[in-house]
Design a protein around this ligand. Sequence first.
Ligand SMILES: [Ca+2]
Length: 397
Amino acid sequence: MKSTMAVHLLLSYLFVLISCTAPERSENTAEDTVATATTVVTDLEEGPVDSKYPLHTLRLPEGFRISVYAEVDNARSMAMGMDGTLFVGNRRGDKVYALRDEDKDNFAEKKYIIAEGLIMPNGVAVKDGDLYVAELSRILKFSSIESRLADPPKAKVIYDQLPDKRHHGWKYIAFGPDGKLYVPVGAPCNICESEDKVFAAINRMNADGTDFEVYAEGVRNTVGFTWHPQTKELWFTDNGRDMMGDNFPPCELNRVPKKGMHFGYPYCHGKDIGDPEFGTKFPCTDFSPAVQPLGPHVAPLGLKFYTGSMFPEAYRDNVFIAEHGSWNRSKKIGYRVSMVGLKGNTPTGYETFISGWLNESKQEAWGRPVDVLIREDGSMLLSDDKAGLIYRISYTN
Ligand SMILES: [Ca+2]
């Protein structure tokens, strides 16, 4: 099986070498474009590849099933095109991928590289048929992408004024119901105050890169946000600071009903935990508390409200959160998909939905959840940057 795939890959690359008379990575020809497009198409072998991975270690509630939807190196943030193409970014890698399941067997056998040689292209978003990619310090746009997967257009740089600090520099991006592109910039440190308000903030801009503004402050490092399906309010996860012991502070699930709110960092964590270094400057009552404190150091990333109809009714509008897993803790936690039940805006529970990537006794994990996406059929896609996979989670009675 492996050798067949190796042959497929080799043939794909040979095809590129032979057929690309145009340079694979040409020089920039205009100030506002960037040459990043290649034409690598990988046509993977048909059929499920589940047996290649230890999916049997994963635990889900009764009736749920997890399978492999796609194999993607360092799979990070995901965005779905109007025509069913899944776009996936990289953090440690330098590529953006497009995946298609043409034969509808819930395994994406077609894989295109839309761009490569990018700097931390973690964030992807789709609007009006165009793909937006967030690098470390700029936002790129690939126009009419779904009709040009095998021959992707050159990217246009729509914004290049983001800071180039690599600490917390990888970005999640998404378009809000207001049509604006939301672009966070993490704190350039573990814990610090910044002169420049663009740091530790969720910012937003028009789709053409104009009218950049700070939307929410006091956000240490959010790598996932979404909008409530009914209220249309922004909800985001935030990664709590390090080096405050195994059990503090909690990571956070936050709600942003309006512009101009401050979520506490670096002064206050969770709901009311003053920072040991900066906490004396302002009381926690000056800031918006977390809606739901999450586990300490669990590293919550992507999140989505469940808007589908495949899962049981009780899951509707609950929040699913990909917890990437801890590093700054003597015993690892996270490495799971958690769920926060809600009644209106009030949490009714914080529990595990999928676990088992972490072997507790060995303290080793074979996978790390990154981003969550709900498909039109009500199934869930989940990316994993350690295993290099996109999973599909489905439910049958
Ligand atoms: Ca397929």
